[in-house]
Design a protein around this ligand. Structure first.
Ligand code: DC
Length: 229
């Protein structure tokens, strides 16, 4: 079987990271969460006083972009990958609400996208990689052999996200979560550079009514077809 590149794009909270990580584990590929890279740059901006109160100091961040190094530590025993910012593990910090609420404006900055896109392309240069994000099949790897676009209704995604947040002991309402999801969908799909779009040759996976096991069967069948072509 030839080694390929697998690009998985989709809306926030569509479950794409979970399925991408599990797919990579099952087929012995590297997994890269490109959203984590945008989150790490956002954390750098917050820690250096370049982002606060919903606003990002674009010029300051661009000026200091050379000082931002994002890398990954090898997956640990449970298959979780850890994101490193300048060599330090920031996997927990990048999932905080402070980062989540500022990452969309950071991801709109052209220079940030250029730097991270280059890094993502380097990570995929030997193939044998599953990468998930918003623009992987359109901008990062337009020639990826297998492209998947994960689609699920905002209501279903809000329901899943709410369960996740309640699990973490966070007190939020369904309406708040749904409003946040709709806002992020809007920003991600209307930004000027590399907006979230289904690539013309991507296979759509609508997982509203699918169990994780059914999704994995779907992905593995497609992978077997594509990697044997
Ligand atoms: O998948 P996520 O929620 O961790 O992504 C965080 C943010 O990064 C999200 O607002 C969209 C942005 N992003 C992007 O613009 N391009 C990518 N390839 C991945 C994420």
């Amino acid at each position: 079987m030839k080694k390929i590149i697998i690009a998985i794009d989709g809306y926030s909270s569509s479950g794409k990271s979970t399925m991408a990580r599990e797919l990579a584990r099952r087929i012995g590929y590297i997994y890269v969460d490109s959203g984590a890279m945008y989150r790490a740059v956002t954390l750098f901006a917050i820690r250096n006083g370049m982002a606060a109160d919903g606003k990002v100091d674009r010029d300051a961040l661009v000026k200091h972009l050379d000082e931002v190094n994002v890398s990954f530590a090898p997956a640990d025993a449970d298959g979780m990958q850890h994101t490193l910012l300048n060599g330090i593990d920031v996997e927990n910090e990048i999932r905080d609400m402070a980062v989540s609420s500022l990452v969309s404006p950071v991801a709109e900055i052209g220079e940030v996208r250029e730097r991270l896109t280059r890094l993502q392309q380097e990570l995929g240069s030997e193939k044998g990689i599953v990468m998930d994000g918003r623009d992987i099949g359109t901008a990062v790897f337009p020639d990826a052999e297998m492209k998947v676009f994960v689609d699920a209704s905002p209501e279903e995604r809000a329901r899943r996200r709410l369960l996740e947040m309640e699990h973490k002991g966070l007190d939020v309402s369904y309406e708040e979560v749904l409003a946040n999801i709709r806002e992020r969908d809007h920003i991600d799909s209307t930004r000027k550079i590399a907006p979230l779009r289904k690539a013309p040759d991507a296979h759509v996976l609508n997982n509203d009514k699918m169990t994780p096991a059914q999704q994995m069967d779907w992905l593995l069948s497609l992978y077997h077809v594509v990697s044997n072509e």
